[in-house]
Design a protein around this ligand. Structure first.
Ligand SMILES: C[S@@+](CC[C@H](N)C(=O)[O-])C[C@H]1O[C@@H](n2cnc3c(N)ncnc32)[C@H](O)[C@@H]1O
Length: 132
């Protein structure tokens, strides 16, 4: 297959975590405040979003091992394919999280409890569907 896809991040994520070892294993809606900082020319894309709404956030886990195809589950210890796991180590290391908006000011969305490194590229934001 010769399919290709390119991404231009829509912004970056500010978290308290400066090393991978500092990052929590996954999101925690009660965790520390984090910010989604959008590129200036994309601020208008936030029209219609509001505090309290839940959003799906997609981000690029740029330091992941993209050659991984299976690994031992941290939860069960059993070997599993990467598509059966939430591991960052996968061919396209896209992280996903559903979190509530705390506030939006000047193109900056405040949320709580992301699990990624400070400066992680932000790929997309969508309203969360019920069940996500
Ligand atoms: C298990 S993944 C889950 C990501 C997302 N919540 C998901 O479910 O898709 C979270 C882990 O990714 C790793 N990580 C965080 N930021 C990263 C980055 N920028 N590059 C590579 N790995 C990262 C950290 O080890 C963190 O504990």
């Amino acid at each position: 297959m010769t399919l290709q896809a390119t991404f231009k991040p829509i912004g970056e994520i500010v978290t308290p975590y400066k090393t991978l070892a500092d990052c929590p294993r996954n999101i925690d809606p009660n965790g520390p405040q984090c910010e989604l900082i959008l590129r200036d020319e994309l601020h208008d894309g936030l029209l219609g979003l509001a505090a309290g709404q839940r959003i799906l956030i997609l981000y690029w886990l740029e330091h992941a091992d993209r050659s991984a195809i299976h690994q031992n589950s941290r939860r069960t210890g059993e070997l599993a394919g990467v598509f059966a796991l939430r591991t960052p180590n996968r061919p396209n290391p896209i992280g996903a999280a559903v979190l509530a908006i705390e506030q939006i000011i000047d193109g900056v969305i405040t949320v709580r409890g992301l699990d990624c490194l400070d400066g992680t590229p932000l790929l997309d934001i969508k309203p969360a569907m019920s069940g996500e």
